[in-house]
Design a binder for this molecule. Sequence first.
Ligand code: CA
Length: 408
Amino acid sequence: MSELCRRQEAARANSRMTIRRAGLGLSTALVVAFAAAAPGAHAAAVMSCANLAALSLKDNTVITTAQENAATSSTPAHCEVIGKINPRTGALGLSLGIGFHLRMPDNWNGKLYFQGGGGLEGNLGSATGVPLNQGYALVTTDAGHDNGIDNDPNAGGTAAFGVDPQARLDFGYNSLDKVTVVSKALIEAYYGKGAAYSYFVGCSDGGRQAMMLSQRFPSYFDGIVAGDPGWQEPKAAIVGSWNVQTLAPLATRLDTQGLPYIPDTLTTPDLALVGNAILKACDALDGLTDGIVDNYPACTNKRVYPQLDALRCIGPKTATCLTAGQVSALKKIFAGPRNSEGERLYTTWPWDPGVGIDTANSLQAWSIGTQAAAGQPLVNNATKVALGGGALAMLWVASPNILTSSAL
Ligand SMILES: [Ca+2]
């Protein structure tokens, strides 16, 4: 995860009132004082928040919430609007439509901030955080489906929306178009003037949304920030399956669904051995033996393989060695899948000594998972298993393959 995305996550988690103005080289802090805005609570608006619900908006937009919220210790006084664009019953009887969540502060700074989503979307978002506290009108969207209700364990879980062609379009780009248009219309109606500037900021799938917006709707935003964008997601999903299927034959236990339990195949201690082997091979290549590999291009298979081979057990598996199957699996995972022409299907992977350290972004988090505590159910918790299996079947191929949970 990039520093920008870390900051965004932190901002979501903790909407502090005092921020540092990043990127400007300024050491001064910008302080947003909510209490000061309270006396003129509705000064910026030209109509009541509640009356927004009666507006006639494009695309069969239904407003379900339009209420003025008083300032709290973490949120300024604002008008909160929740709505759904084109609500409908889709394939498999799914309840679909583009949900959006817009908050328009009384101390409006005249600008719109669209906060992108993540994963397979489906979360409406709270539309709270630093941008709202800074005076932006802040909007989020579920991108056309709702994980709370559009979750069919017999059809890919929360990826079930992939069976509905319109929901696919909504996920890909249409929801961002429609929500931007509706948000700007609501802002203009409420404040009596449109946003002077509009910005979109997203990470992961939100980063993909950002890149997409820059290409399909270049006139919508004055500034776009794409953090850690998810590239070529169908191919990334294939890599996820490649990794999991490489490890599955090494499993010795089954998960709660009767499928190979992957976290056993390369445990946290095993991955620590791998990390040390990578350090041994490549740490010094950047000129400093400091436990960090900075010269990734120089950290080639030729350098790493001998260190991995040196870890291979002579005899039974112990805490200080890896089985031949584990070493082979690692090499296959880092080599990645290729097509019939021998071309790599997705990006290369650097030999990263943090393969089992970073709980959110490591190979372990994405493709292996962490072992359940003693006595706990064996659940495959790697992202590429928990989320990726259903998504590959339901969303990343056309037409979708409806798989039951036991086949995922
Ligand atoms: Ca180093």
